[in-house]
Design a protein around this ligand. Structure first.
Ligand code: SAM
Length: 284
């Protein structure tokens, strides 16, 4: 069942967090204009050739990845529920002179309206902390299938559900899947400021002011079985599924080993666990 009332609470929490997150990223327009990209090699490989493709980037936040996709030649629309994120994305696009559309909406009514209008895409992309905000994953996947052209692809790179069972000290704390939404009274944190530069494309965190989010949030935790099962039930054909023993940008635990390219893996002496997965599913 879709929970729009919880999505609305999340919108407020994301608005506050997005302002804090962007305050840590210096000269984003200059970075993108001068050859920079916020996409990691993992998604670039799974995305394949995007030149000339009609693409939609769902849960796009402030549009940095959307604009990086546009720089690769995609005709891309970014969709996000956060007013602050979409306002920032539009300004960033104007400042960089990169063509992309941005639409502010809860992703469920946006997808329903797109299907009703007959909008069809070659590519649907989402990544890094997107699926956990979706209250009804099977419904979302079937809507994604509904906006893809025949031959169109759904590409997703996400943090792995196994990593979500641990607290920041690596202690198993949370159930692998949860039938009820997970309520966080503290809201969305300033994880960009806390990322030791991992979530800032230039690698440099600026303006480290303390941040308290006044709005709570709700996450939806599910296991890999439900995620892959939703893809399979949507009618899309799963073409690729990969797991990675490192995390791009996000430092999930206090003790991590830094790898080149703003990546983190488990420290020496600790068991390696999957920290990310990537998948490609195709509409036949
Ligand atoms: C972790 S961010 C995704 C970041 C993304 N990987 C990027 O390119 O920067 C999650 C995003 O999901 C958005 N979001 C959460 N619930 C949503 C919903 N129901 N509909 C649309 N966007 C939503 C939030 O506003 C936030 O910008």
């Amino acid at each position: 069942m879709t929970r729009p009332e919880l999505h609305e609470i999340n919108r407020l929490s994301w608005n506050a967090a997005t302002i804090a997150h962007n305050s840590h990223k210096p000269d984003q327009a200059g970075f993108l204009k001068n050859g920079g990209s916020t996409l990691f090699p993992e998604e670039i490989e799974l995305l394949g050739e995007v030149q000339g493709k009609e693409a939609v980037h769902l849960l796009c936040n402030s549009g940095q990845d959307t604009l990086s996709l546009a720089k690769l030649g995609a005709k891309v629309t970014g969709v996000d529920i956060s007013d602050e994120a979409i306002a920032f994305a539009k300004q960033l696009a104007a400042d960089c002179g990169i063509a992309a559309e941005f639409e502010r909406s809860d992703v469920y009514p946006w997808l329903e309206a797109a299907i009703a209008k007959g909008r069809q895409y070659d590519l649907v992309f989402c990544s890094y902390g997107a699926l956990c905000w979706l209250s009804d994953l099977p419904r979302w996947m079937s809507l994604v299938a509904g906006i893809l052209k025949p031959g169109g692809r759904f590409v997703c790179v996400e943090f792995h559900q196994v990593a979500m069972i641990f607290d920041e000290h690596g202690v198993p704390t949370y159930d692998y899947w949860m039938p009820e939404p997970l309520h966080w009274a503290v809201g969305i944190s300033d994880y960009v400021g806390d990322s030791c530069g991992g979530l800032v494309a230039s690698g440099e965190v600026v303006n480290r002011e303390p941040f308290v989010n006044p709005y709570p949030c709700y996450e939806f935790q599910r296991g890999m079985g439900e995620i892959l099962g939703s893809v399979l039930k949507s009618g899309l054909r799963l073409r690729d599924y990969r797991e990675y023993l490192h995390s791009n940008g996000w430092k999930p635990f206090k003790e991590m080993q830094a790898l080149p390219g703003r990546r983190w893996t488990m420290p020496e002496g600790k068991a390696k666990i999957p920290l990310m997965y990537g998948m490609v599913a195709v509409k036949e």
